[in-house]
Design a protein around this ligand. Structure first.
Ligand code: ADP
Ligand code: ARG
Length: 391
C-alpha cells in the first residue's frame, strides 16, 4: 500500500470515528453526519420518482417505493454518505429492471430498511422484517444426485456464491485504491491454491479483447458494460482491479470486483451437482481461511444486490427442454411453484438460444445453503419429469 493510500485510509477511519461520536440525527435517527442531502440529489430523486411512478415498469422498486416511503427516505444518508439516489438510480434509469435497487454500502440495508425490507420480503419468498437468516449449513452432499445421468438434457451445471470482504463498502463507495488493494490481496491468496483448485489469475487490464470475448462466450467470465450495474455506479475505474481466477480445468473460478468483491464459482459439463457443489465449498473454505468475509446476523453474507443476500447461492443448469420451452405458461408455472428463475443462455437479461435455458434457484435468503441447493434440485427434477411426460 502506498503512503498516500495509507494516509487516505487513516483519514477515512478517523472521519468514521468522528461520526460515531456524534449524536444520532434527531430527524432521521441515523448517524448521518453534518452534511445534508444536496439539492441536486434531491432534484434527481424527485424527477426520477415522478417518471418511475408514471411508467409501466414492473420492477419491485416501483411496487414498493410509495410516496410515503419516498418522503421518509429521501433526506437520509449512511455514514458513508450514501443517499436514496445511490440505492435506486439503477431502477430509476432502467424501468425494465426486475428489482431496481442496490445497497451502496452495508449500512444502506438498515438506513433505507423501509424500502429494502419490502423488496427483500417479496424477492426471497416471505423473509420478513424481523426474520434472521439461518446459520451456514452446506448440508450432506451425498443427498445430491446427477440430475441427468443419461446426459439427455443438461448441458452444464454451475453453482456460485458471492462474498464481500469485511471492512470494505460495495462498488459505488470503493476508491480506486480499494479496488487495487482487494485485487492484490486476492492474487496473493490465489498463488497459494493447490491441487484441483490450482490455477492462474488474469486481470482485465492486461487481457486482450479476443481472450475476454472468448471467456465470456464460453460462460466463464462476466460480461462488460452491464447497464444496470453502470447506472448503479458500480463500474467506476473499470477495468482496474477486475479479473478472473481460473483453475487449470476451468471448473473453479473466482470473479474479482465485478458486481461483488468476489463471486466464487464451480461449473462443469453435465448434471453432476454433487461434484460441482463440493468443489465450490472447497474453494470457499480455502479462501475464508485467508480472508474475512462480511456477514450480518440478519442478512447472512452481505452482497451489493439484495437478491443475493443470505446464502448468496445461485445453482443453475443449462438445460434443453424443447417440449416445455414451446409452452411458456407451463414452464413458468413450474418455475413459480418450485421457486426457480429462468434466464437466457448468456445469463441474466438475455434470451434463450437454441432452446437452451439457464434455470436456477431464485431465493437465497432465509434458508440454508443445503435448502437452496435442494430447492433447485427438486425443481429441475420436476421440469425433467414433465418434459419427458409430454407427447
Ligand atoms: P450470475 O449472477 O450467477 O453470475 P449471470 O446470469 O450473470 O449469473 O451469468 C454469468 C455467466 O454464467 C453467463 O455466461 C451464464 O451463461 C453462465 N452460466 C450460468 N449458469 C450456467 C450453467 N449452468 N452452465 C454454463 N454456464 C452458465
Ligand atoms: N438490477 C437488475 C434488475 O433489477 C438486476 C437484479 C438482480 N441481478 C443481479 N445481478 N444482481 O433487473
Amino acid at each position: 500500500m502506498s503512503i498516500f493510500s495509507r494516509l487516505r485510509s487513516k483519514l477515512f477511519k478517523l472521519s468514521n470515528h468522528l461520526m460515531d461520536q456524534q449524536e444520532r440525527c434527531k430527524k432521521c435517527n441515523i448517524k448521518c453526519g453534518l452534511i445534508k442531502v444536496s439539492p441536486d440529489v434531491l432534484r434527481s430523486l424527485e424527477d426520477g420518482f415522478q417518471k418511475l411512478s408514471g411508467s409501466n415498469s414492473t420492477s419491485l422498486l416501483k411496487k414498493y417505493l410509495t410516496k410515503q416511503v419516498f418522503d421518509e427516505l429521501k433526506q437520509k444518508k449512511t455514514s458513508f454518505g450514501s443517499t436514496l439516489l445511490d440505492c435506486i438510480q439503477s431502477g430509476l434509469v432502467n424501468h425494465d429492471s426486475g428489482v431496481g435497487i442496490y445497497a451502496p454500502d452495508p449500512e444502506a440495508y438498515v438506513v433505507f430498511a423501509s424500502l429494502f425490507n419490502s423488496i427483500i420480503q417479496d424477492y426471497h419468498g416471505g423473509f420478513g422484517p424481523e426474520d434472521k437468516h439461518p446459520k451456514l449449513d452446506w448440508g450432506d452432499i451425498s443427498n445430491l444426485e446427477d440430475l441427468d445421468p443419461n446426459g439427455e438434457h443438461i448441458i452444464s451445471t454451475r453453482v456460485r456464491c458471492g462474498r464481500s470482504i469485511e471492512g470494505y463498502p460495495f462498488n459505488p463507495c470503493l476508491t480506486e485504491d480499494n479496488y487495487m488493494e482487494i485485487e492484490e490481496q486476492m492474487i496473493k491468496i490465489f498463488r497459494t491454491m493447490e491441487g484441483e483448485l490450482e490455477g492462474e489469475y488474469k486481470d482485465l487490464t492486461t487481457m486482450s479483447k479476443e481472450e475476454q470475448n472468448q471467456l465470456i462466450d464460453d460462460h466463464f467470465l462476466f460480461k462488460e458494460g452491464d447497464r444496470f450495474l453502470k447506472a448503479a455506479n458500480a463500474c467506476r475505474f473499470w477495468p482496474k482491479g477486475r479479473g478472473i481466477y481460473m483453475n487449470h480445468n476451468k471448473t473453479f473460478l473466482v470473479w474479482v470486483n465485478e458486481e461483488d468483491h468476489l463471486r466464487i464459482i464451480s461449473m462443469q459439463p453435465g448434471g453432476d451437482m454433487a461434484s460441482v457443489y463440493k468443489r465450490m465449498i472447497e474453494g470457499v473454505y480455502y479462501l475464508e481461511q485467508n480472508i474475512k468475509f462480511a456477514r450480518s446476523p440478519r442478512f447472512g453474507f452481505l452482497t451489493f444486490c439484495p437478491t443475493n443476500l443470505g446464502t448468496t447461492i445461485r445453482a443453475s443448469v443449462h438445460i434443453k427442454i424443447p417440449k416445455l420451452s414451446s409452452d411458456n405458461n407451463k414452464l413458468d408455472s413450474i418455475a413459480q411453484r418450485y421457486h426457480l428463475q429462468v434466464r437466457g443462455t448468456r445469463g441474466e437479461h438475455t434470451e434463450s438460444e437454441d432452446g437452451i435455458f439457464d434455470i436456477s434457484n431464485k431465493r437465497r435468503l432465509g434458508l440454508t445453503e443445503a435448502d437452496a441447493i435442494r430447492e433447485m434440485q427438486d425443481g429441475i427434477l420436476e421440469i425433467l419429469r414433465v418434459e419427458q411426460s409430454l407427447p
